[in-house]
Ligand binder design. Structure first.
Ligand SMILES: Nc1ncnc2c1ncn2[C@@H]1O[C@H](COP(=O)(O)OP(=O)(O)OP(=O)(O)O)[C@@H](O)[C@H]1O
Ligand SMILES: [Mg+2]
Length: 244
């Protein structure tokens, strides 16, 4: 069986900086794959290329067998890929429900059906009681959950999540882990960028690690975190050598 997502040698340069260079990896349907790497490794740039926000300079991105590497964000969204933003971008003066309805129009024009679906998502997020609250009055964590809900409202096959636990308390982190598991159990495949190791260990059977735009490791979390290349990327040469 061919993978759900097959990234083949994508690259992106910003001026003199090779943000992503020849990145290849595959994602199977039903997987939760974590994408790791130090700051500036190129993780968000890779997400932006998959979701169509940044056009790769070269390479192919096959989603369900179709090359989407030069498609526009809305085409990719309709094909079944949704993403959350590292810095969440809700419509601040709309309510929770209104924000959750926006994505529904990617799939349908029936406003009452879209509202029903938005209410179901609000309940799923545990935000049913805030349905009519304006986003500007939400806590930071509720905004993060809403960001996830906005992605879900487009009914994705593949969900790209960029640091959704950043800044959360441990309890909120656990709540997010439970939500992500339930999303996967509903049949959505997930690619997640995350720095919190506890979250990665709880969610993923496989992780890939980027450094300076390239893939340096691919495997089970426990194996990958002990590889010299990975230790060097995170902690520097001396630390890796001392551990070897
Ligand atoms: N639009 C842009 N123009 C110029 N340089 C950019 C642009 N976007 C990203 N970069 C640079 O590309 C490199 C990779 O950035 P990217 O945001 O993909 O990293 P990241 O792995 O997501 O980092 P972080 O963990 O900090 O979110 C960085 O050096 C960044 O400064
Ligand atoms: Mg990033």
């Amino acid at each position: 069986m061919s993978p759900l997502l097959d990234v083949r040698g994508i690259a992106k340069r910003f001026g003199g900086l090779q943000a992503v260079g020849d990145l290849s990896f595959q994602l199977e349907a039903g997987e939760i794959l974590a994408l790791l790497g130090p700051n500036g490794a190129g993780k968000t740039t890779a997400f932006n290329m998959i979701a169509g926000y940044t056009r790769p300079d070269s390479g192919e991105i096959l989603f369900q067998g179709r090359n989407i590497a030069r498609a526009r964000p809305w085409t990719i969204c309709r094909a079944g890929i949704a993403r959350t933003f590292q810095l969440s971008k809700p419509f601040a003066d709309l309510t929770v429900i209104e924000n959750l309805m926006v994505g529904g129009f990617a799939r349908s024009r029936d406003a009452s059906a879209i509202r029903d679906k938005a209410e179901a998502i609000a309940d799923f997020l545990g935000m049913g009681r805030q349905a009519d609250t304006e986003v500007q009055h939400l806590t930071a964590f509720d905004r993060r959950k809403l960001e996830l809900g906005r992605a879900l409202s487009t009914e994705p096959v593949l969900l790209l999540m960029d640091e959704v636990v950043a800044g959360a308390t441990p309890a909120e982190g656990q709540e997010m882990v439970a939500l992500v598991r339930r999303i996967r159990d509903r049949g959505v495949t997930i690619l997640i960028v995350e720095h919190v190791m506890k979250v990665i260990m709880a969610l993923s059977e496989r992780v890939i690690v980027m450094e300076s735009g390239r893939l340096i490791a691919d495997g089970a979390p426990r194996d990958v975190v002990n590889q010299p290349e990975v230790l060097k990327a995170y902690f520097g040469e001396q630390y890796a050598a001392a551990r070897a």
